[in-house]
Design a protein around this ligand. Structure first.
Ligand code: T5A
Length: 214
């Protein structure tokens, strides 16, 4: 009955709102839903998140990467794998594609090395489905809640454009897993487009839908 879904995109793309709406919809189908996020969903992760995002001290790109990977390894071990083992539907706001897009494309670190390290941190666990919210970097940054702008959110528009390009390349390379959603559409349309990818998977797992497929 388990299903692992991740939501990806730049700051302000709409991931938090989308994950909330999808979690409610999946619960209505009778699923146990675990809504989670990276970085920072565990007590250890929260400490790492604070250091990563609210720290004025300069952080070298590989130091930053190791901290995100430490958060992921712990999160997978403590939250994601146990939930999947119970048969839950796990919906995660950011997962390993964030490291690839931000540290690989944004910070321009070696992609092959990152791929291997990412695989190691997640213990080989890949989402069954990844929803990539595609919205131009400038639009997303303007939408992002000011109180949530952090050390990485305050990077240059060039940095965020490289991140977006990274996501597009990941989506092109893995079309079965990664589905691109037009996040310039109104939120209810984005949610409906995402649900169209999720509903058949839930049905195959035996979850019930109403006549409207919700
Ligand atoms: N990071 C993370 C890395 O560098 N490497 C990694 O490996 C990982 C895991 C933290 C930072 O860490 C970096 C990336 C980030 O810089 P975060 O905590 O997920 O990441 O923070 P943000 O992505 O910055 O979260 P935000 O809350 O800012 O963005 P969301 O969740 O994408 O956007 P959301 O849903 O809060 O929406 C923002 C606003 O837009 C509106 C919403 O109502 C809200 O007001 N909105 C829409 N408006 C119009 N149309 C739509 N379709 C809309 N959808 C939402």
């Amino acid at each position: 009955m388990a299903l692992f879904i991740s939501a990806e995109g730049g700051e302000g793309a709409g991931k938090t709102e989308l994950v909330r709406a999808l979690a409610e919809q999946a619960e209505r189908c009778g699923a146990e839903v675990v809504r989670t996020f990276e970085p920072g969903a565990t007590p250890l992760g929260a400490a790492l998140r604070e250091q990563l995002l609210q720290n004025d001290e300069p952080i070298a790109p590989w130091t930053e990467t190791f901290l995100f990977l430490a958060d992921r390894a712990h999160h997978v071990d403590q939250v994601i794998r146990p939930a999947l083992a119970r048969g839950a539907v796990v919906i995660c706001d950011r997962y390993l594609d964030s490291t690839f897009a931000y540290q690989g494309y944004g910070r321009e670190l070696d992609l092959d090395l990152l791929r291997a390290m990412n695989r190691q941190a997640g213990g080989g666990l890949l989402p069954n489905l990844t929803l990539f919210l595609d919205v131009p970097a400038g639009v997303a940054l303007a939408r992002a809640r000011p109180e949530r702008r952090d050390r990485i959110g305050l990077e240059t528009v060039d940095f965020h454009s490289r991140v977006l390009e990274g996501y597009k390349r990941i989506a092109l390379a893995e079309p079965e897993r990664v589905k691109t959603l037009d996040a310039m559409s109104p939120l209810p349309e984005v949610v409906a487009a995402a649900w169209a990818h999720i509903a058949p998977r839930l049905q195959r797992l035996g979850y019930r839908m109403d006549e409207a497929g919700r």
